[in-house]
Write a protein that binds this ligand. Sequence first.
Ligand code: ADP
Ligand code: MG
Length: 691
Amino acid sequence: MRPEILFPLYAPVTSLKGVGPRVAPMLEKLAGPIVRDVAFLKPHSLVRRTPATVSSAIDGQVMTFQVTIAGVERPRGPAQPWRIRAFDQTGFISLVFFGAFGSGLEQRHPANALRVVSGKVEQFRDEWQIVHPDYLLAADKAGDIPDIEPIYPATLGLPARSVRRFVGEALDRIPELPEWQDAAWLARERFPTFRAALARLHEPQVEADLSPSSPHCRRLAYDELLAQQLAMAQRRAERRREPAARVAASQVAEKIRADLPFRFTRAQDRSLAEIRADLATGERMSRLIQGDVGSGKTVVAMCAMADVAAGGGQSALMAPTEILARQHYETLSGPLATHGVGVILLTGRDKGVPRAEKLRALASGAVKVAVGTHALFQDDVAFHQLQLAVVDEQHRFGVSERQRLQTKGWGTHLLAMSATPIPRTLELTVYGDLDVSRIDEKPPGRTPVATRAVPMTRIGQVEQRLREAVSAGAQAFWICPLVSESEFIDLKAAETRAIELQATIGPSVGLIHGRMAPAAKDAVMAEFADGRLSVLVATTVVEVGVNVPNATIMVIEQAERFGLAQLHQLRGRVGRGRQESACVLLYDAPLSETAQRRLDILRRTDDGFAIAETDLELRGGGDALGLKQSGFPDYVFADPFTHRDLIAAAGDDARLIVGRDPDLKSDRGLALRVLQDLFDWKAGLGLRDAG
Ligand code: ADP
Ligand code: MG
């Protein structure tokens, strides 16, 4: 139930004066469907109206003049404007209007009438003029013209002045709301009340008032962040309250670990310890392992699955594509089976009797680990005792898909894995409802990928070198970006590139793109993985995480168009073995300074977290990192970069609140419920569910 105090804010925009059936769609497009959205519209700049005389007018400035009307000149021809001639003691000025007025202008502004007029002055021929003045009022109404006004994003057909009026009215509908922030924190941050902060947003006095670092903007950002973090923290707490199987660390897992031809890195040890601590509590685990491609997430998950199997339970490892599932199966089945843990692979390809046999083994509990794709959560798949769901590249699945898998068991522990590096500062905004383990250390013995930025003009040399490398047995990825509005055009570009490379290199050049059917994609990927193709031209991102150890060259066209995190992930597909690998970033010259610096980072480091952090800094947030894709929320007031200190504070605050007052029953708790409704962030309701 929404608190009554918020009802006026949830009224449709049509309840605002002057918003009828013609205006409503435009306002909805600009702001949103309800009054709250209009009050939350942010001005992007302000206009200062300078009082002036005609002789002191400055071209392009917004100015206000006291004038006497001389007369109205009718349009001289079609498409010509109306001109009201006016003057003050220092000179003449024309007020220009396009449109049909009949005798309206003459009636409203007769000769000798005294007027105050305000708008942007421009020099036209040797005279001053104002085209469509913002204000043209009787002289005694001069007080109605504000000296300073906020400018809102405009939309065609909806004049700035109307938007301003609607915002003003929406603002008037906002009641004084109960304070949901901690008093000490408010005092420390010098935050105004919510209502005062919003009012200030709409009445900027100086440019600094529009800055996201101003106290009132920070207050609004913090409110928004806290509302979201609170929902995340509640979700996390809810999951933890669900009872789940208690799983102990096992001998089997330790034996498997000892048999591996390598030792865990400290980061892998730490992650496994964190998972085991969760599994031992008897509360449901919701944990994410974050780590670069190749950082060794899968083997950590394997140990957890071995623990579960040792206790008699089952695990499922779900990957977004068949080829990834197959690779996981190949990695896991040997070590697990050697120690008596049965593993099956289940994908869309399994049909008929073999599939039925696999399903029987899962249902009876004879098999303890199932690796697969979407096939794992189909209706007729039943587990004997599913206790752990491992989801690789978790953001590639929908919430309901992940849930369908988890509901195959009872209180199923969740272990998600992601290779999308997210700056530490933003982790809470995306994964606030999960506990996060970070593998921020690479297994030893990897040779860094030699990375070079090369202008497109030298593509001929790159192709030449590629041909030499390929004839010496190397394999390469060649990535063409999706950049134009039309996927069709991008696809053509990739096809053209593939044909060109076939001409220089030979028939072993393959093409893979997003429009291909999954089975066809898998087939091409498999040919490349088997070495039957030497060069793979790809439009969309090559399946994240695909392991082709022999691939040592990565060429990326128009690298400047990609997000750094994406470039980093692409590069992560080579350099997986001990051989020297190379990454060539082809760019269209000239590069902007920022673009130059961005590509430079890639040459300097291969730490995905550091890269993501720097990218955020260089681009100052926004969707630079493709954050939306990885589930970053669409904030109104909060800026992921400027307000990163507030994200951390809101995260702490939220977890503290949920710890002390889980049902939000205290006075502050009740006020916080209003906050959650105000921003539409509620646990369970419409909340993007990371797990
Ligand atoms: P991720 O799932 O993070 O992409 P994987 O678990 O698939 O990474 O590991 C990538 C490769 O590195 C695998 O071949 C794996 O056997 C190997 N590997 C994992 N951990 C280590 C380690 N600590 N030392 C050496 N090699 C490792
Ligand atoms: Mg992986």
